[in-house]
Design a protein around this ligand. Structure first.
Ligand code: PLP
Length: 421
């Protein structure tokens, strides 16, 4: 069984000193509220170039805060990319808006201005431009479009914290940028999220909403932080190799599910049943955020370098799509490998047998989900990606270059063998 050279599906990226921060916030009564929240707002704002910043309990909660603060007419349509994290359009639906889906580019997985323009109607209130997997969408062109049509623009930067387009950080192009600090993203803060806006009216309403929002419960903040810290420990590649990896191999051998997350309609049903309300960022999360801001640029650069090595080693491999690393803007929060839908599971099994735990993406073709009308809703033939064709690989800098090169060789050999059969 391969233990040396293992790669977890996601490596939780906590900064050094996270556990001591957790202990000192806990013993000092600063888990929920404290001075770090305003300090984090100021530091995040300074890094982004000066917008107003407000924290929230998660990325989805930040999006709810953004939508409530935008204050669109009830019943307005909001355009989302068809292929995205489906909880985002669900938030809009629960607030009384109508999600409308536009196509995505099959290579970048992002929507561009033409895809969006095709879905604009006289009821369109806003667009959520999404930078999927860490690759920026054509945000300058989308900004021009939404400004010319007088539509609000929001940006989903859950996968794009630290991505620059034309030297400017994404999340500052739209009326509101939405960020996630969940454990699976590049800047985890024991959970949390944030919005950024340069619009004083939106900022004023967001401040009012947060004043009325409940303070997160101490037990919940602590439990989430301990859970994420444990995931951090178990996803150090060497620890993963002797703990979770053998368990996954056993599950593979016994034909059991491989610890995949709940996705699709099941996820949306439980989210809707939770009756989500805007939650505040906790002081502990803000303290971790301040530490993360010191290192996020170097971290993103490390992921870029590993991605470059992997893409280079997959050049010329047939039947596997790897992201193009030439532009240099992508930060590879996830490195998406594309493969024919009927071969995805075979590739995943092969990788796991060789120490690499690839993740089936949590993104979906939202138009196929029951909550958004299901297959009956479909009018256009789909040309874009599906979750059945994408495996996410972790290329975070905690993974040594030699293991990335080894991964490239394993995929090459699999593709060669598949071609011969
Ligand atoms: C593209 C995208 N947007 C938003 C979110 C929501 O972030 P959170 O999990 O912090 O609520 C996610 C989470 O996976 C996501 O992938």
């Amino acid at each position: 069984m391969t233990i040396v050279g293992s790669i977890p599906r996601r490596c939780v990226n906590l900064p050094p000193g996270s556990l001591s921060t957790l202990i000192s916030c806990s013993t000092g009564g600063r888990l929920q509220q404290g001075p770090a929240i305003e300090k984090f707002y100021d530091a995040f704002s300074a890094w982004l170039g000066g917008p107003h910043v407000f924290g929230a309990g998660s990325g989805r909660s930040a999006f709810q805060l953004a939508l409530e603060a935008l204050n669109l007419d009830r019943g307005s349509e909001i355009i989302f990319p068809i292929f995205t994290f489906p909880v985002m359009p669900m938030v809009a639906k629960l607030l009384g808006y109508k999600p409308v889906f536009c196509e995505v580019d099959p290579v970048t997985f992002n929507s561009g201005p033409d895809h969006i323009e095709a879905k604009i109607s006289d009821k369109t209130g806003a667009v959520l431009a999404t930078h999927l997997f860490g690759q920026p969408c054509p945000i300058r062109e989308i900004t021009e479009l939404t400004q010319s049509r007088q539509i609000r623009l929001m940006e989903d930067c859950a996968h794009a914290c630290g991505v620059r387009v034309g030297g400017r950080l994404v999340g500052t192009y739209g009326d509101v940028g939405v960020f996630s600090f969940a454990e699976g993203k590049n800047m985890p803060c024991f959970g949390g999220g944030a919005i950024a806006t340069a619009d004083d009216d939106i900022a004023g309403r967001a401040a009012g909403i947060l004043t009325r929002a409940a303070i997160p419960e101490k037990g919940a903040v602590l439990k989430k932080a301990l859970d994420i810290w444990l995931k951090w420990l178990l996803t150090r590649p060497e620890v993963f190799g002797i703990t979770v990896y053998p368990l996954l191999r056993l599950k593979l051998l016994m034909g059991q599910p491989l610890m995949d997350s709940t996705v699709g309609d099941e996820l949306l049903d439980s989210f809707a049943a939770s009756n989500p309300k805007v939650e505040r960022l906790a002081n502990l999360q803000a303290e971790i955020g301040l530490r993360q801001l010191q290192r996020i640029e170097a971290f993103n650069q490390g992921a870029r370098e590993n991605a470059r090595i992997l893409t280079e080693s997959l050049s010329g491999v047939t039947g596997i799509g790897a992201p193009d690393t030439a532009g240099g803007e992508h930060i590879y929060v996830y490195y998406p490998l594309t493969v024919a839908p009927d071969r995805r599971d075979a590739l995943r099994r092969h990788l796991l047998q060789n120490g690499i735990d690839a993740k089936i993406t949590d993104m979906s073709d939202c138009s196929l989900l029951r909550q958004f009308g299901g297959a009956d809703n479909q009018t256009d033939p789909r040309s874009g990606p599906t979750e059945a064709s994408i495996l996410e690989i972790c290329v975070y800098p905690v993974i040594p270059e030699r293991n990335i090169r080894r991964l490239g060789r394993i995929i090459q050999a699999w593709a060669r063998e598949a071609e011969e059969n």
